[in-house]
Design a protein around this ligand. Structure first.
Ligand SMILES: Nc1ncnc2c1ncn2[C@@H]1O[C@H](COP(=O)(O)OP(=O)(O)OP(=O)(O)O)[C@@H](O)[C@H]1O
Ligand SMILES: [Mg+2]
Length: 387
């Protein structure tokens, strides 16, 4: 703890010891080892499920958006998966969102895509604070983030919970200590270490949240970092683990476990929670992937049997997993056909009950792949539980 001044108050700020936990070291008993192996197995299964899928793009598209919605909901963003898809279908990727709720979710999708591209490129940024800062800039784009120093590590003291620093749940390190704490975290990420990579991912997340480097967006950046590390350390090939569903489902426990690392050095309790989350969500995602593919296979078979099926209809159908909501103009663009042809293709899919019209209007109508969406959105519309 170090003394720090916030406005006219003197409070104690917390400066974490560098990773890994020492003194005492991690107590990796049989129970945690069991949790770890369950989590690793479930993750490996999810990876396999992803690889066996014919429409890999659709799978990635869907699960990345699910995570984007969930991670933003933890912060309190009021928008659903349907809202996001609606926006994407109608904008065709050509206009920026005007609704700040949708904007936040789109920003997360962009920040993740940016970071993955950098990491994959020969001359891209390595996993570093520079990379995270650039991603943070994208995450904080727009109205809500403008005054939160997008892309920059904070230069002022902040606090978590409470109305003022004096009654805060937690006061993160003073700005003068951030540089050193963050460069140690980078070093830990790049150092060879005997701890299992999945455990290291869990440690890094807590450390990142405890350092709280930004004025806002620390939770979302810390969760994005989990996705990047899982891929970087080859625990998954694509960012399809929507772990935020677990954090959201057990939100107060999420905060409590983070806090207990700091107050009681309870790394083991956090890891138990974190590894349980990875195992639970990976298993749910495998089931969800299986259900999604079974549905697509069933509908494809029905489509091939139907007399009215044309090449355009089939092409449009195959694109639905990456575009579960369409308008006629989007269908036109996706299949590169004329408006009447695209319109007929949409109509055919609607007659077969694959697409369902959502607006009830005569013009500007949109259709969703309803059953697909119903499967995909499981968990994203539930009110967050406390506990
Ligand atoms: N007691 C705590 N100790 C350490 N970190 C905490 C604690 N309580 C909450 N956090 C972390 O801080 C995050 C909130 O910080 P911040 O508002 O900067 O992030 P955000 O992305 O805007 O919000 P959110 O994470 O709620 O979506 C939480 O999500 C959690 O990860
Ligand atoms: Mg916030």
């Amino acid at each position: 703890m170090v003394r720090t001044q916030i406005h006219d108050e003197q409070v104690l700020a917390f400066v974490p010891h560098p990773l890994p936990p020492r003194d005492p070291p991690l107590e990796f008993g049989a129970e945690l080892a069991g949790r770890l192996s369950e989590a690793e197995t479930a993750l490996a299964r999810l990876d396999l499920a992803g690889e066996m899928v014919p429409a890999v793009d659709g799978f990635l598209y869907a699960f990345v958006r699910k995570e984007a919605v969930l991670t933003s909901q933890i912060e309190g963003t009021q928008a659903t998966l349907i809202d996001l898809l609606e926006f994407e279908a109608e904008s065709g990727g050509e206009v920026d969102p005007t609704d700040p709720n949708i904007e936040e979710i789109c920003n997360y999708v962009d920040a993740l895509a940016f970071a993955r591209k950098q990491l994959a490129a020969d001359r891209g940024l390595p996993l570093s604070m520079r990379l995270l800062n650039e991603s943070h800039k994208l995450l904080m784009r727009g109205v809500r983030g403008a005054d939160k120093m997008p892309g920059e590590v904070r230069r002022s003291q902040n606090w978590i919970g409470g109305s003022r620093p004096g009654n805060a749940a937690f006061v993160p390190p003073p700005p003068a200590r951030l540089g050193a704490a963050l460069s140690r975290l980078e070093k830990f990420i790049h150092r060879k270490d005997s701890l299992p990579p999945l455990v290291r991912v869990g440690l890094v997340h807590v450390q990142f949240e405890t350092i709280h480097p930004y004025l806002d967006g620390n939770g979302r950046m810390g969760r994005l970092l989990i996705a990047l590390l899982l891929e970087h350390w080859k625990l998954q090939n694509q960012p399809v683990l929507y772990l935020s569903l677990f954090f959201r489902r057990h939100r107060s426990e999420y905060y409590r476990r983070l806090a207990a690392v700091r107050t009681d050095g309870d790394w083991e309790g956090w890891l138990d929670y974190f590894l349980d989350g990875v195992a639970t969500i990976a298993t749910e995602a495998v089931h969800s992937a299986r259900d999604l593919f079974a549905l697509v296979a069933r509908d494809r078979a029905r489509l091939l049997d139907a007399v009215s099926t044309s090449v355009t209809v089939l092409r449009l159908f195959e694109l639905l997993p990456s575009n579960p909501m369409v308008t006629v103009s989007l269908a036109m663009k996706l299949t590169s056909t004329s408006k009447p042809t695209a319109g007929r293709a949409v109509q055919t899919l609607a007659e077969l009950g694959i697409l369902v019209e959502t607006t009830g209007k005569k013009r500007d109508r949109s259709w969703v792949y309803q059953k697909y969406l119903d499967l995909l959105r499981v968990g994203t519309d539930d009110p967050p539980r406390t506990g």
